[in-house]
Write a protein that binds this ligand. Structure first.
Ligand SMILES: Cc1ncc(COP(=O)(O)O)c(C=O)c1O
Length: 362
């Protein structure tokens, strides 16, 4: 008898079937909930992107442009990366999956830090391969330990910079040292979903590394800074060679018409980008101050989200806050049961979060 599925899939934990906010509010008898759990943009989507969606809606009887011509051209001009070195994805999540499907065979291993973005492990295990997780050192990715974890079987390394859920960044020096040190037959997927929020000038930036490392894959997204998480559009930069292989595997219409149009427009929305950065850069110090006053520990961040250590465990705080209409993230799945993760929201959302946290902890 054949086995229905392989062990990698058997061991996976399904994505928690979260209820839509409207349903939750109905069940709990509350209104006006706020969500600070998914590192989304609290301002909504870029208005210019929304207009582009409206303008394109009447073309939806046609398949999307499989080459992503306009979006890739705009990305190429903005970042100075040749068109042939750009690939689009149905969210950067799809690009993570495509890297695994294209370059990894089941006998080959992947190395990641832990805790980090949970999707890497899910996809690698789902593909029947082994994930080697290297613990963080003091809430930071330790590239020395990661280099030591590499074996002849290692094919791909995932590095989340800045790291979700810790918000820490790696320096350019540390990243170059790592890339110079590891064998030159390993693909390094550098996930920069939150890179636009980083203010540390010494932080690594994949764009500046691309020309020196032909097996480097830089992943970015429109889900965070540009407020387009619901649309599912991300992009990657890599050598022409790597992009060519991904293009052989990806579905021709993986990036939808509305997603391409909205993302192209969003790249020009300078005003929305600066409003978003201002909101995050003013929101975080407010939250830090309040938490200092409450005597709570937190991990300072280079992103739009951060970890807070709470007494009695994150899950309990998460559940109690949920009943008050404030949705945060419990961190059990990340191996951090004493923490919650929150993103900076609108000023009134930040105030409500602090007020509710005080109430729940008192
Ligand atoms: C580190 C990291 N990478 C990638 C993603 C997924 O981005 P996308 O919405 O583009 O699939 C997220 C989303 O939370 C993330 O935190």
């Amino acid at each position: 008898m054949k086995k229905l599925i392989h062990k990698g899939i058997e061991d996976l934990i399904p994505y928690p079937p979260g209820k839509p906010i409207e349903e939750l509010e109905r069940e709990l008898g509350i209104t006006g909930s706020i969500k600070l759990a998914s590192n989304e943009n609290p301002l909504g989507p870029s208005p210019i992107a929304v207009k582009a969606i409206m303008d394109k809606a009447s073309t939806l009887n046609r398949y999307p442009d499989g080459s992503g011509y306009y979006l890739k051209n705009t990305l190429s001009k903005k970042f100075g990366v040749p068109f042939e070195q750009i690939v689009l994805g149905n969210g950067s999540n799809e690009l993570i999956e495509l890297i695994v499907r294209t370059f990894l065979s089941p006998a080959e291993h992947v190395v990641q830090a832990f805790p980090t973005f949970l999707v890497y492990e899910k996809i690698v295990k789902g593909a029947g391969s082994r994930m080697i997780s290297v613990p963080l050192s003091d809430f930071r990715i330790d590239l020395n330990k990661m280099a030591e974890a590499i074996t002849p079987e290692t094919k791909v390394v995932f590095i989340c910079n800045p790291n979700n859920p810790t918000g820490s960044v790696l320096s350019m020096d540390a990243m170059r040292n790592f890339l110079d040190r590891i064998p030159n037959d390993i693909i390094v997927a550098l996930d920069e979903a939150y890179i636009e929020f980083v203010s540390d000038e010494k932080a690594a930036n994949g764009l500046d590394l691309l020309s020196d490392y032909p097996l480097l894959f830089v992943l970015r997204t429109f889900s965070k800074l540009y407020g387009l998480a619901g649309l599912r559009i991300g992009y990657g930069f890599a050598s022409e060679n790597l992009v060519d292989y991904i293009n052989r595997v990806r579905q021709p219409f993986n990036a939808g018409t509305l997603a391409q149009a909205a993302a192209t427009a969003a790249l020009e929305d300078v005003e929305f980008v600066s409003r978003t950065l201002k909101l995050v850069r003013e929101g975080l110090p407010y939250l830090y101050n309040e938490l200092d006053d409450m005597g709570l520990e937190y991990i300072p961040t280079q992103t739009n989200f951060f970890l807070i250590k709470v007494p009695d465990g994150g899950k309990k705080v998460f559940e109690q806050m949920l009943r008050q209409g404030v949705i945060v993230r419990a961190m059990d799945a990340y191996g951090l049961p004493d923490y919650i993760r929150v993103n900076a929201g609108l000023p009134e959302e930040n105030e409500r979060f602090i007020k509710t946290l005080k109430k729940v902890l008192s």
